[in-house]
Write a new protein. Structure first.
Length: 171
């Protein structure tokens, strides 16, 4: 009886539903693969057979291994979005568009570029974010340090003292 009780105590009983997708499940690698090709996590998880958004967020929050995979995937996604910006910018306007339709096409491309720039700057701020220089140069003078330096110069120059007499100058 005590033997069974000891073995029961060493096994962790976890309340709630069992995990459908443990970290070893290939679904997590597939999620990261799709994110790295440019898809959002929301659109990836809407596909059939994928875990819920809440399940994925819990995995990101609680599992360091998956969090690292997810961060690498989002950095790759930011790189992909940056490449798409170039593709969108280089796209030639269709020849049949004129007047307001041409203007609408240009506005659509501008909106697509701006959205990708913003998302890339948030996903990978080190590479695509705005760089703001907040370096501060302190140019204040320390009176105490200046006095110490002057005292050291006086002590150093005591051996080289020149005796000078003062004379009155006739005007």
């Amino acid at each position: 009886m005590t033997e069974n009780l000891a073995s029961e105590m060493t096994v962790k009983n976890r309340p709630g539903r069992p995990t459908l997708y443990p970290i070893e499940h290939p679904i997590w690698a597939e999620i990261c693969k799709q994110i790295s090709t440019g898809k959002s996590i929301t659109s990836t998880l809407k596909q059939p057979g994928m875990p819920s958004y809440q399940c994925a967020m819990l995995m990101i929050r609680n599992n360091a291994e998956f969090r690292a995979m997810y961060e690498r995937a989002t950095e790759s996604r930011a790189d992909r979005l940056a490449e798409e910006i170039i593709e969108l910018s280089d796209a030639e306007m269709p020849a049949h568009l004129e007047g307001p339709m041409a203007s609408a096409w240009v506005q659509q491309k501008r909106m697509q570029v701006d959205a990708r720039k913003w998302v890339a700057s948030k996903l990978y701020a080190k590479r695509y974010g705005d760089r703001i220089d907040v370096a501060v140069t302190d140019t204040r003078i320390s009176v105490m340090d200046a006095l110490k330096e002057a005292k050291q110069r006086v002590l150093k120059d005591e051996n080289n003292v020149v005796d000078v007499e003062s004379k009155a100058v006739d005007s």
